[in-house]
Design a protein around this ligand. Structure first.
Ligand code: C2O
Ligand code: CU
Ligand code: CU
Length: 488
């Protein structure tokens, strides 16, 4: 191309982008970009009506290997059809079913093999979010499963009890595949979790909750057509689903119940709370139990973050109900339908977590998240599969300093970015120079980094291979807000 023509193009494109930018900034969409809450930016439909939907409970996946300390599972990635809104069916994706996937439950120390067959006519990957396993088994963008082929990763569970999850990680396609329904939970159990006196009856008093927002078309389809606004903020739906149901109902006894919350949304963050300001106790963060249960009346989760909480319903009577909410929006009704004969207490002490010693840090690295829309970057770079951004040594303690500096463009503030690291559970030691809140002092694999904020984490990488770090707003990830590190 002629040089002058090239410059002409560059200038024209810049001017167009500037006009779009100004347009967005001065409209109400700009509110979100200037850092107001995402919920204010795009409100949710309030689910006041009783839906009559019972909360679907994802089943526990059958372990095909009868031997102790070994487990083998089959997963099939498939197309599905689902009626989210009565009378309307929509195309979906699922693992072993129409939508979402079964729970893979394993024990610490298990040798696990998983046979994943891809029945789609497009490639996918299956990433084990939160597992500490070698890079080749991680299921990131390099472990592509082509249509009609099988991928059989195997690994040993080498980390404490936790609620983790799995989802696709195909380059540029993660947002769409997760949105259409590809996500499932992983439970790890260990000696400590077996000993703890907490609810453990799956679907009865130990309840998985996968929370995701969707945008329905007039005919009940879940559409994933990204507007400019979606590229900016990430895709925000207007209706929240729990385990695939709108405004579901959960029937329980008046006893202590355990909710395992996963924010499986593409981009939306939630501040969960209960009606009547009911207090609860957080007992686990992303990577496992906290040292002590923490009394709270709300908990915020960014995309990909998890929290396990206990609620004591023993003061309620049969016929009472409370609702789980996100800010002021009702997400689920909990009906107390039966008297319990159990008297459970909320345990105060949970597990012991040995804090990393900052003095033993071998290396510090900075990760600066910046840019906007499709130009979001980490350290000024966008994802390149052929480039290794960071090289690490196995077993060394590192301090990563993660900041969000996308507020640089004129008056524009950035939106918060949830930073996720593969292959490791880390400890958050500082938020803007201060101690992090109590519920961030356990194991984490994803951490929210707000406008202009700086978060320091300590991490020891115990598995070899190539891994990703990225923003877990899936549209940002798909735009290239991701990098690669090699552990040797
Ligand atoms: Cu939840 Cu890179 O992933
Ligand atoms: Cu991950
Ligand atoms: Cu982001």
């Amino acid at each position: 191309m002629n040089k002058n023509v090239k410059w002409y193009l560059v200038i024209t494109i810049s001017v167009i982008l500037l006009i779009i930018y100004a347009g967005y900034f001065f409209t109400d969409i700009g509110r979100g970009l200037r850092g107001d809450s995402i919920e204010a930016n795009e409100p949710l439909n309030n689910n006041e009506k009783e839906s009559g939907n019972k909360l679907p409970i994802p089943p526990l996946l059958k372990d095909k290997n009868p031997e102790e300390n070994k487990a083998e599972f089959d997963l099939k990635v498939q197309y599905g059809r689902k009626e989210f809104i009565p009378g309307y069916e929509t195309n979906t994706l699922g693992y072993n079913g129409d939508y979402l996937g079964p729970i893979i439950k394993v024990n610490k120390g298990d040798d696990v093999k998983i046979n994943i067959s891809n029945a789609l006519d497009e490639p996918t990957t299956v990433h084990w979010h939160g597992l500490e396993i070698p890079g080749e088994m991680d299921g990131g963008p390099h472990q592509v499963i082509d249509p009609n082929t099988t991928w059989e990763p195997y690994f040993t569970i080498d980390q404490p009890a936790a609620t983790l999850w799995y989802h696709p990680h195909l380059l540029h396609k993660t947002g769409e595949q997760v949105y259409k329904g590809l996500a499932g939970l992983i439970y790890i159990e260990d000696e400590a979790s077996k000993k703890l006196k907490i609810p453990k009856d799956h679907g009865v008093n130990d309840i998985p909750l996968i929370i995701q927002d969707k945008r329905f078309t007039d005919n009940g389809n879940i559409s994933y057509d990204l507007s400019m606004r979606d590229l900016m903020n990430g895709f925000l739906g207007d209706t929240v689903l729990i385990n695939g149901a709108i405004n579901p109902e959960l029937d329980v006894k008046n006893e202590v119940i355990r909710l395992r919350l996963l924010n499986g949304s593409n981009a939306r963050s939630y501040e969960f709370n209960f009606s009547d300001d009911t207090k609860f106790y957080q007992i686990a963060s992303d990577g496992g139990f906290l040292e002590k249960s923490i009394e709270m009346n709300k908990v915020s989760l960014a995309p990909a973050e998890r929290a396990e909480i206990l609620i004591d319903l023993s003061d309620y009577n049969v016929g009472d109900k409370i609702s789980l909410r996100a800010s002021n929006y009702k997400l689920m009704t909990i009906n107390i339908v039966e008297n319990s004969n159990k008297t459970t207490d909320i345990p105060k002490d949970l597990v012991e977590i040995i804090d990393y010693n900052r003095e033993e840090v071998v290396r510090k690295r900075a990760f600066v998240m910046s840019g906007m829309g499709p130009m979001v970057t980490i350290n000024g770079k966008q994802m390149n599969m052929d480039r290794i951004d960071e090289k690490l040594n196995l077993g060394e303690l590192e301090e990563w300093i993660i900041s969000n500096e996308s507020a640089g463009m004129g008056m524009m503030n950035s939106i918060p970015h949830p930073f996720h690291v593969h292959g490791v559970q880390f400890q958050v030691i500082e938020r803007d120079g201060k101690m992090p809140p109590l519920n961030e002092r356990g194991w984490k694999d994803t951490v929210m980094v707000d406008n202009g904020e700086k978060v320091n984490i300590l991490a020891k990488f115990r598995k070899k291979g190539l891994f990703m770090y990225h923003c877990h707003i899936l549209e940002h990830e798909d735009s290239g807000m991701m990098g690669q590190f090699l552990v040797e």
